[in-house]
Design a protein around this ligand. Structure first.
Ligand SMILES: Nc1ncnc2c1ncn2[C@@H]1O[C@H](COP(=O)(O)OP(=O)(O)OP(=O)(O)O)[C@@H](O)[C@H]1O
Ligand SMILES: [Mg+2]
Length: 286
C-alpha cells in the first residue's frame, strides 16, 4: 500500500527555537505507527502540524495525496485527532460537543446520532452525554474527546498520549478499539510514553529526539539494532545494561561479572532501545 502521510523537511519554530527540525516521515496506509520520544522532543508539535492545528515554517505535508497548504479542507476531512490536552468546548455538554464536531465534518443527522449512540455505548459515556464538560473528571473528558475524534470515521486517526489519565478499564477498552480500527484499515498514529503500549500495538515505531527522527523500524528490528539480548546487573549502586546479538555472547559476558552480583539476562525491549538512543530514562532525566 502507498504512503497516506508524507512529511518532507518539516520545520516548526517557537520564538526562534526549533521544535521540529527538518523532519522527514512517511506513514503507510493502514499502518499503526508509534511515536516515542522524550518530553519536549517534538511529537505533539509534529502531530499538530499534520493535523492542521498549527502552522509550520517550512516543508511539505501531504495527507491522502492532499497538500496541506493547497488543500487543507480535503486533508482535514480525512483526519481525526485526540490531542494531548483535551480540547472540548467547556461551555457545552458532551453531546453538544459531539454534535458540533459532526456538523464540522458535515455528517447527516441519522448517521451522527447512530455514531454517538454506538461510541458512547462502547465507552460507557451515555449517562454523561447531557452533562457540561467541566463537571466530568479528567479521564471521562478524555473518553468524550476520543469519541469526538472518531465520530466521522476518519481514514487517519492521531492519538497523542490517549491513555494517559485513563483508568485501566478505559485503557484496555481503547487498546481494543485501536486494534479494531487498525484491522478495519484505519491509519493510526499513536504517541505514547507507555513503551509496552507501543510494543503491543505498533507495526512500526519512530523515535524522535530534538525534533528529528533518530530511529524508525518495527519494534523487533529496533531491538535487534541495539542487540536482542540484554544483560542487566548492579555495579556501584547503579544498574548497568549491556546488549548482545546472541544469548551465547550475553552468557559469556555475564560469566565475567563478579559472583554475588545479581545478573539478569533477558530479551531487549523498546524501553532499552529508547534509553540507548536518547540517553534518557522514559520518565525523563539522565
Ligand atoms: N505553544 C508553544 N509555544 C512555545 N513553545 C512550544 C509550544 N508548544 C511546544 N513548544 C516547544 O516545542 C518543543 C516540542 O514540544 P512538544 O510539545 O512537541 O514535545 P513532545 O514531544 O510532545 O513532549 P511531551 O512528551 O512532553 O508531550 C518543546 O521545546 C516545547 O517547549
Ligand atoms: Mg506531547
Amino acid at each position: 500500500m502507498g504512503d497516506i502521510i508524507v512529511i518532507e523537511d518539516l520545520v516548526k519554530m517557537f520564538d526562534g527555537k526549533t521544535a521540529v527540525d527538518h523532519l522527514d516521515l512517511r506513514i503507510r496506509e493502514g499502518e499503526l505507527f508509534g511515536f516515542l520520544g522524550p518530553n519536549g522532543a517534538g511529537k505533539t508539535t509534529t502531530v499538530r502540524c499534520v493535523a492542521t492545528l498549527t502552522n509550520f515554517d517550512s516543508g511539505t505535508i501531504t495527507v491522502d495525496g492532499y497538500n496541506l497548504r493547497r488543500n487543507p479542507v480535503e486533508a482535514k476531512s480525512r483526519m481525526g485527532v485526540i490531542q494531548q490536552q483535551v480540547s472540548l468546548d467547556k461551555d457545552l455538554t458532551i453531546r453538544e460537543n459531539m454534535i458540533s464536531h459532526a456538523m464540522y465534518h458535515m455528517m447527516g443527522k441519522a448517521e451522527r446520532d447512530a455514531r454517538i449512540r454506538e461510541l458512547s455505548d462502547l465507552f460507557g459515556l451515555e449517562e454523561y452525554l447531557d452533562k457540561p464538560v467541566d463537571s466530568l473528571s479528567g479521564g471521562w473528558k478524555k473518553r468524550a474527546a476520543i469519541v469526538c475524534a472518531m465520530l466521522h470515521s476518519p481514514r487517519v486517526l492521531f492519538l497523542d498520549e490517549p491513555t494517559s489519565g485513563l483508568d485501566i478499564n478505559a485503557r484496555r477498552l481503547l487498546w481494543d478499539v485501536v486494534r479494531k480500527l487498525h484491522a478495519d484499515g484505519t491509519t493510526i498514529v499513536l504517541t505514547t510514553h507507555y513503551i509496552e503500549e507501543a510494543e503491543a500495538l505498533c507495526d512500526r515505531v519512530g523515535i524522535i529526539d530534538h525534533g528529528r527522527i533518530i530511529a524508525l523500524d518495527t519494534p523487533q528490528r529496533l531491538c535487534e539494532g541495539v542487540g536482542s539480548v540484554a544483560v542487566e546487573y548492579l555495579e556501584g549502586g547503579k544498574t548497568q545494561y549491556r546488549y548482545f546479538g546472541t544469548r551465547e555472547d550475553a552468557n559469556a559476558f555475564a560469566s565475567t561479572i563478579d559472583t554475588g552480583v545479581d545478573v539478569t539476562i533477558r530479551k531487549t525491549n523498546l524501553e532499552d532501545v529508547f534509553v540507548e538512543l536518547t540517553g534518557k530514562s522514559v520518565g525523563g532525566g539522565k
